[in-house]
Ligand binder design. Structure first.
Ligand code: ADP
Ligand code: ASP
Ligand code: MG
Length: 330
C-alpha cells in the first residue's frame, strides 16, 4: 500500500466549510492512488475553550480529568471529518488514539508517544477506508487517556507515519510552509523550500509554533519526511528532511516569550560566534538592549524586553536579508 499521512491542524478544521475542504483533499489523495490516514486536531480554539470551561467548574481540575476533557476536542474532529468523507461517498472510519493503537507514557498533559500499534489503522486502509485518527491523545500503561502537550497532533502524525511506513507525512496548516520568521509578525518573511531536521528542531524549540518540537525529533529518529503546507493552497510547502548539503548560516528567526522578557533566536546550520555578535550589533544599532546572549552551532539568541521582540525580529530579518535570499538550500 502506498500510504500517506495527512495531518490537519485546528485552524484548518475551524468551521464546516474548512472541514469539507480537508475532506476534499483526502478524497483527491485517494484518487491519486494513496491509502490515506489523516490525523486531526481539535477544531479552532476548542482546546482552549475546554480548558477555560474546566477552570470555571473547578479551579484546579486534576490533570487526569483535564486530559479526559481535552481529548474530547480531537474526537469532535474525527467524527466530523469522517462524516464529511462519507457524505462525499468516500469510505472512512474515525478512530480515537486508543483505537488507533497510540501508546503513550509520561505525565498527564505532557505525555510522550511510546509507540504505535497500527493494526487497526492498517485494517481500515486495507478495506479501502480512509482512517481518521485523533491527534494529541494516547493511552498509557494504566489504560488512561493522556495528552501529548500543546501542538501534540504533530507528534501523533509523525509517529503514525513511522508506524505505517508512510511515503510522507503532510502537515496541513494555515500558512504555506515554514517561513524565515512567523509571517504574522514579519510580513516580509519568505517560505523556505527545504530545511533539515536539526534546523527545524532548533526553530521549534526557539518558539516557532508551526511544528511541535518532539514531532521533529521523532520524525528524524524514524526517518519520516515531513511536508508542511497550506490547507488552502495547492503549492508545495516546506520539506523537512535529512541534512542536505549547501551553505549554512542563519536561515530563520523565532521568538519565545517569558513574561515581560522575550528570547529572540536566529537558527541555521554551522552558526559562528560572529552571528551572535552581529545579532547584538544589529539590535544595538536600533536601540534595542539585549542581554543573556547564548550561542550554539544551530542557534544564536538573546533576551530583550517583550515589547521589543517584534521590532527586534523585523530588524534582524531586514539586516540579514532573510526575505530576499532564496532560502531553499540545506
Ligand atoms: P495548526 O493549527 O495547523 O497546528 P499552529 O497554529 O500550531 O497551526 O501553527 C501555525 C502557525 O505557526 C502559523 O499561523 C504562524 O503564525 C506560526 N508560526 C510561527 N513561526 C512560524 C514560521 N517560522 N513559519 C511558519 N509559521 C510560523
Ligand atoms: N488541540 C491540541 C492543542 O490545541 C493539539 C494540537 O492542536 O495539535 O494544543
Ligand atoms: Mg500546531
Amino acid at each position: 500500500m502506498n500510504i500517506l499521512v495527512m495531518k490537519f491542524g485546528g485552524t484548518s478544521l475551524a468551521d464546516p466549510e474548512k472541514i469539507q475542504r480537508a475532506a476534499a483533499r483526502v478524497a483527491r489523495a485517494r484518487r491519486q492512488g494513496f491509502a490515506v490516514a489523516s490525523v486531526v486536531s481539535a477544531p479552532g480554539q476548542v482546546t482552549d475553550e475546554l480548558l477555560s470551561l474546566a477552570r470555571r467548574v473547578a479551579r484546579r481540575a486534576p490533570a487526569r480529568e483535564l486530559d479526559a476533557l481535552m481529548a474530547a476536542g480531537e474526537q469532535i474532529s474525527i467524527a466530523l471529518l469522517a462524516s464529511a468523507l462519507l457524505g462525499r461517498g468516500v469510505p472512512a472510519a474515525s478512530l480515537t488514539g486508543v483505537q488507533a493503537g497510540v501508546r503513550a507514557r509520561g505525565p498527564h498533559g505532557a505525555a510522550d508517544i511510546a509507540g504505535v500499534r497500527p493494526a487497526r489503522v492498517l485494517k481500515e486502509l486495507a478495506r479501502g477506508r480512509a482512517a481518521v485518527v485523533a491527534g494529541f491523545q494516547g493511552v498509557n500503561g494504566k489504560g488512561d487517556v493522556v495528552t501529548l502537550g500543546r501542538g501534540g497532533s504533530d507528534l501523533t502524525a509523525a509517529a503514525l507515519a513511522a508506524a505505517l511506513k508512510a511515503k510522507a507525512c503532510e502537515i496541513y496548516t494555515d500558512v504555506k510552509g515554514v517561513y524565515t520568521a512567523d509571517p504574522r509578525l514579519v510580513p516580509q518573511a519568505r517560505k523556505i523550500g527545504k530545511i533539515s531536521f536539526y534546523e527545524m528542531l532548533a526553530l521549534a524549540e526557539a518558539g516557532a509554533q508551526v511544528m511541535q518540537p518532539r514531532s521533529i525529533s521523532y520524525a528524524q529518529s524514524r526517518g519520516v519526511r515531513l511536508h508542511v503546507r497550506s490547507a488552502f493552497h495547492d503549492a508545495e510547502g516546506t520539506w523537512i528532511g535529512a541534512d542536505a548539503a549547501g551553505k549554512g548560516g542563519v536561515k530563520a528567526l523565532a521568538v519565545s516569550r517569558l513574561g515581560s522578557r522575550a528570547r529572540v533566536s536566529a537558527v541555521g546550520r554551522g552558526l559562528r560566534p560572529k552571528d551572535a555578535e552581529s545579532m547584538r550589533e544589529v539590535l544595538r544599532a536600533c536601540g534595542i538592549a539585549c542581554r543573556g546572549v547564548e550561542f550554539s552551532a544551530f542557534r544564536a539568541s538573546c533576551e530583550v524586553d517583550a515589547r521589543e521582540a517584534v521590532p527586534a525580529l523585523r530588524a534582524l530579518h531586514k539586516a540579514w536579508s532573510l526575505g530576499r535570499r532564496e532560502a531553499s538550500s540545506g
